[in-house]
Design a protein around this ligand. Structure first.
Ligand code: SAM
Length: 231
């Protein structure tokens, strides 16, 4: 959802460069306009990939601001994003990771994944336009996440699952061995896409899994999962 960011709803990115905030506002508006002109859930499975190949489907602005704030709170510097699309949420992840590295030391990295090469190109173009060096921390891997996330991950602090639901569990399983104790995983739309997420939630909620999970009640839900590897 778009939010007013008035006195009652402060924007945690108020300090970000004005060019960055202007770009984010423009991209969220474009994403919402697209979404109001088609129903994602009505797209037949066999044409789904082509039907959405030119769509943003960006993480809602209020959820992006929450994720940014969560990243600042947890000091996350190594982040994986499963599902980058045109790279809107990625800008929030990069800002937080770069600011955390500047405050706490160490290196920042945001590993993004996108299997549509044209979408990856658009994402890179927006990042060039973003007006912040924070985007330099993004390592965008173009291809199927089952390959792009199979190697080259160091210790990971945070995983954003903003991906078609059948890919959520494969992404988590690839990243799980790299998650630091106390790592956070956020999955979008757990209420609206409860059926699609059934396998992920069975896995996460299984006794002894090491995961704890809560739904933050944003529009369509936002699942926040914390991982401590079982001893
Ligand atoms: C909901 S969109 C991501 C939106 C993005 N996080 C944002 O806020 O701007 C999900 C993206 O995941 C991509 N995707 C789907 N399956 C994938 C896979 N197996 N590997 C990599 N990317 C995939 C889609 O092409 C789509 O662009």
């Amino acid at each position: 959802m778009s939010i007013p960011n008035d006195a009652a709803h402060p924007n945690p990115l108020a300090h970000a460069p004005s060019a960055t905030r202007a770009l984010l506002a423009r991209l969220h508006a474009a994403s919402l306009a697209q979404e109001s002109s088609f129903d994602l859930r009505a797209v037949p499975a066999d044409t789904f990939r082509t039907a959405v190949a030119d769509k943003f489907i960006a993480l809602d602005e209020d959820k992006c601001q929450f994720v940014y704030q969560l990243l600042r709170a947890t000091g996350a510097r190594a982040i994986v994003e499963a599902g980058t699309s045109f790279g809107v949420s990625t800008i929030y992840l990069a800002l937080a990771a770069a600011e955390n590295a500047a405050a706490l030391g160490g290196d920042a990295v945001v590993i993004g994944t996108e299997h549509e090469p044209e979408k990856a190109e658009r994402a890179r173009a927006y990042w060039r336009e973003a007006g912040t060096r924070a985007v330099d921390v993004i390592d965008l891997r173009v291809g199927d996440l089952r390959e792009t996330l199979a190697s080259g991950l160091g210790q990971i602090d945070f995983l954003l699952l903003d991906i078609w639901t059948p890919m959520a569990l494969p992404a988590l399983k690839l990243v799980q061995p790299h998650l630091r104790p106390g790592a956070v995983i956020v999955a979008d739309n757990p209420v609206a896409s409860a059926k699609g997420y059934a396998e992920l939630f069975d896995y996460v909620r299984a006794p002894g899994s090491g995961f704890t999970s809560i739904n933050v009640p944003y529009n369509n839900g936002l699942e926040m999962i914390v991982y401590y590897p079982p001893k």
